[in-house]
Design a protein around this ligand. Structure first.
Ligand code: 5GP
Ligand code: ZN
Length: 144
C-alpha cells in the first residue's frame, strides 16, 4: 500500500515540545484561563492588564524568550496573535490600534521567564499623546 509515510522518528520532537518547568506560572496556567490554543501555544488575558483585553500569546514549551522558539512555535504563536487580534476587534469596536511587545531578558524588563508576546489593544485617547508607542520603553526617548 502506497502511503505518504517515511521512517522519521518524531518521538524526540514530541518530547522537546513537552518541556515544562515546575513552579512556572505559564507552565501551570489552569485550562479555564485559556482563551485560544493550538497544539504548541495558547492565549490568556494578562492577570494585571495595562488595558482591557491585554492578552498574552504563550508557547506551551518552557523556553525563556522568543529567540528560543522553533519555526513551528513561531508559526503557531503568530497564528494565535493574529486570531486574538481579530477577536479583540470584534469584541471591542473602540479598539483602533495595537502594540505588540516582548520583553526578552531582565534588562529588557522581563519578569516571567517563560516566553510570551504581549498584545495590547489601544484606543483613541487612552494616553494623552501616543506618538512614539514602544519607543517610550526608554524614558524620554519616545518622541523624535
Ligand atoms: P513580562 O514583564 O515578563 O513581560 O510580563 C509578564 C506578564 O505576566 C505581566 O504583564 C503580568 O501582568 C503577567 N502575569 C504575571 N502573573 C500572572 C498571572 O498569574 N496570571 C496572568 N494571567 N498573568 C500574569
Ligand atoms: Zn514555563
Amino acid at each position: 500500500m502506497k502511503r505518504d509515510r517515511d521512517d522519521t522518528d518524531f518521538r524526540g520532537l514530541k518530547k522537546m515540545y513537552e518541556k515544562r518547568e515546575a513552579g512556572c506560572i505559564f507552565c501551570e496556567i489552569p485550562d479555564k484561563r485559556i482563551v485560544l490554543e493550538d497544539e504548541l501555544s495558547y492565549v490568556i488575558r494578562d492577570g494585571f492588564p495595562v488595558t482591557f483585553l491585554h492578552s498574552l500569546i504563550i508557547p506551551k514549551r518552557h523556553v525563556k524568550t522568543y529567540f528560543d522558539l522553533s519555526q513551528s512555535e513561531i508559526n503557531s504563536t503568530n497564528r494565535l496573535l493574529i486570531e486574538t487580534q481579530r477577536l479583540i476587534d470584534v469584541e471591542d469596536h473602540g479598539v483602533s490600534g495595537y502594540n505588540i511587545g516582548m520583553n526578552s531578558g531582565e534588562s529588557a524588563g522581563q519578569t516571567v521567564f517563560h516566553c510570551h508576546i504581549h498584545l495590547i489593544p489601544r484606543r483613541d485617547g487612552d494616553v494623552e499623546n501616543p506618538r512614539g508607542g514602544v519607543r517610550h520603553i526608554i524614558a524620554g526617548k519616545g518622541y523624535y
